[in-house]
Write a protein that binds this ligand. Sequence first.
Ligand SMILES: Cc1ncc(COP(=O)(O)O)c(C=O)c1O
Length: 366
Amino acid sequence: MGIDGIIRPELEPLVPYAPGLRASQVRERSGVDRVLKLSSNEHPCGPVPSALAAMRAVLSRVNRYPDGACAALKRKLADRLKVAVDNVVVGNGSNEVLRLIAQSVLRPGDEVVFAWPSFVVYPMVTAIFGATAVRVPLADGDVHDLDAMLAAMTERTRLAFLCNPNNPTGTIYGRDAFARFMERVPDHVLVVVDEAYFEFVTAPGYPDALEWFDGSRPLAVCRTFSKMYSLAGLRVGYGIVPEPLARAIDKVREPFNVNTVAQIAAYYALDDEAEVRRRRAENQEQKTYLYSCFDQLGISYARSETNFVYVRTAKPVEAFEALLQQGVIVRDFGTSPALRVTVGTPEDTERTIQAFEAAVAQLGTL
Ligand SMILES: Cc1ncc(COP(=O)(O)O)c(C=O)c1O
C-alpha cells in the first residue's frame, strides 16, 4: 500500500494554509530595503506595555508546563464578558478554537454553511473532519447574505460559521439581520460567530453576538488576542460556548494547548482598555484617510469595520506585483478580483498611499 495509501484520502484536495510573503523574501525580490507587510492583519504596534512586562517576568518559569486549565485567564474573561467560567474555552489562537469546535461536532456527511469569500480556515476545518462545505456567496456590497445562508441549511447542516466583521471584506451584517437569523436558525445547527476583529468595530448597528448567548442555545462566539492586542506571535484566542461543548473541547484539545507566556500576556492585555480605545480611534482615522485617497485614485473598496481594507480590482495579479515593487506586501486571493490591505501606523498609511499611486500610474486604473 505504501505511505500514500495510508494517509486519509479526504486530505488530498486540501492545500496548506499559505501565509503570504515574508518581508525578507520581498527585500530580496524587489531590492527595496524598507518592506511593509500589510498582508496578515497584524497590529503595527507591539504588545500593550502591561502585557510586555508580564511576559518578561514569566520567561524564567517556562521550565514548568503551563496551567492546562488556563484558570486565571478564563476567570478574567468570564468576569469581563459576564458569562460563567464553564463557558470559556481558550486556544492556541482562535484558529485552534475554531478547529476544536469543528472536531467536537463534525462527522463525515455533515454540512457546514458559511459565506464566501470568508476566512479560509472554515473550509479547511470542514474538510479535515470529513464534512461538506456549503459556501453561500456574499450579497451585493460584499456582505453576508444571512437569508441565503438559512435557505442553504438542510437536515444535515451541523455548523454555520458567521464571520462578523468578515475577513477578507471587512464588512458587517447588522443587528436586525442577525436577530432574524437567530430566530429562524434550526436548533440542530451550531452557530459559530467569529469576531476576531470585534475590538476594531465602530459601527453603531454592529451586533455583539454575546448578547444572544444564554449558555443553552447552540451558539458559540470566538475572539482573539492576535489583532487588537498585538499578540499574534504568541497564539492565544478564546471561545464562549455552551458548557457541554466546552466539556467536549476539553476532551479533544491538547493537555497544555496554550503556553505560559501567552496566558499571562493575554491576562494583562485585558487590563489596558484605554490603549484599546486609542488604537481603535487611530485605526479609524487611518482608514478614513485611506478611503479618501482611494476615492481620489478611483479605487473601489468595501467600507471596513476592521484593521484592513478590501480593495476591488480587475487586475489583482498586476496590482499585487506593482505594490510589491514598492516594497508593500498585500494579500491576494489567487483569481479573486480583490486585494486586502492591512491598516498600519500613520507612516505606514503614507507609504501605502504612495505605493497605490505608483501602481495606478503604472497600470492606469486598478
Ligand atoms: C476572521 C478570523 N478568524 C480567526 C482568525 C485567527 O486568528 P488567531 O488564530 O490568530 O487568533 C483570523 C486571523 O487572521 C481571522 O481573520
